[in-house]
Design a protein around this ligand. Structure first.
Ligand SMILES: [Zn+2]
Length: 241
């Protein structure tokens, strides 16, 4: 997969333009029912999510991110049917500008696999990547943001939903052994901060981190909207194997 030329420069530019929100409100805790996926009415009334300003893009940057969206086929898809979707260029810029690390430190690049579109049952796709690591391996927050929800799902086991600083993306970490001590909903976390440990809770084939990126700040249920392929994001950010 060839990256559009000039990615590093554009990333640096977008990074310097991205702004952190002044204040993120404290978020209510919602217990997750014993479902396959989070259900219910969601955490927020529509439009209440605090969002940072997205970077203002020049025409040249806009066309760069548009091109990147085209180059990375399937970078963003609809969760319900895996149909390709597009999001505003400024959001792509903000997502990549975080330059986020793999959620497991020193994870060998050669072991990264693109299982985003892998089938998980009749009507389901994986829409995530799995990082195999020994139980107890630290899990790191991939960007600055807020802990939005701590869940216990039948499939996902012990989970974390972490909203990024722009308010547009939610990072999902599943099958944890445990949370970092004291972690609670509403906590602000920093990129690289330990938020949990790799485990085998929920339905797993062995100790690993299931990591997904949801995008939909407008929906009261962020996990019902669009999903971003983390493998493609990581590939772009950490370079070829
Ligand atoms: Zn998985």
């Amino acid at each position: 997969m060839a990256l559009p030329p000039g990615l590093p420069a554009i990333l640096a530019q977008a990074r310097s333009q991205a702004q952190a929100p002044d204040e993120l409100e404290d978020l209510p805790l919602e217990e997750d029912p014993d479902g396959d996926e989070p259900t219910g009415d969601g955490l927020y009334p529509r439009g209440s999510v605090a969002t940072a300003m997205l970077p203002a893009l020049s025409a040249e940057q806009k066309s760069f991110w548009k091109e990147l969206g085209r180059t990375f086929k399937g970078l963003v898809v609809r969760k319900k049917d895996s149909k390709p979707a597009s999001i505003p260029e400024a959001e792509l810029a903000a997502l990549f500008a975080t330059g986020f690390p793999l959620p497991i430190e020193d994870f060998p690049k050669a072991k990264l696999r693109d299982t985003f579109e892998a089938s998980r049952g009749r009507h389901r796709n994986h829409h995530a990547i799995d990082l195999g690591a020994p139980k107890g391996t630290p899990i790191l927050a991939v960007s600055d943001g807020t802990i939005e929800r701590l869940g216990r799902d039948r499939r996902g086991g012990i989970t974390i939903y972490h909203r990024d600083a722009t308010g547009r993306f939610v990072y999902f970490y599943a099958h944890l052994k445990r949370y970092a001590p004291g972690l609670k909903v509403g906590d602000r976390v920093k990129r690289g901060q330990q938020i949990g440990e790799v485990g085998t809770t929920g339905r797993t084939f062995g100790a690993h981190l299931h990591f997904a990126i949801f995008r939909d700040a407008d929906s009261p249920n962020p996990w019902k909207g669009l999903v971003v392929n983390p493998y493609l994001v990581f590939s772009a950010l950490i370079g070829p194997k």
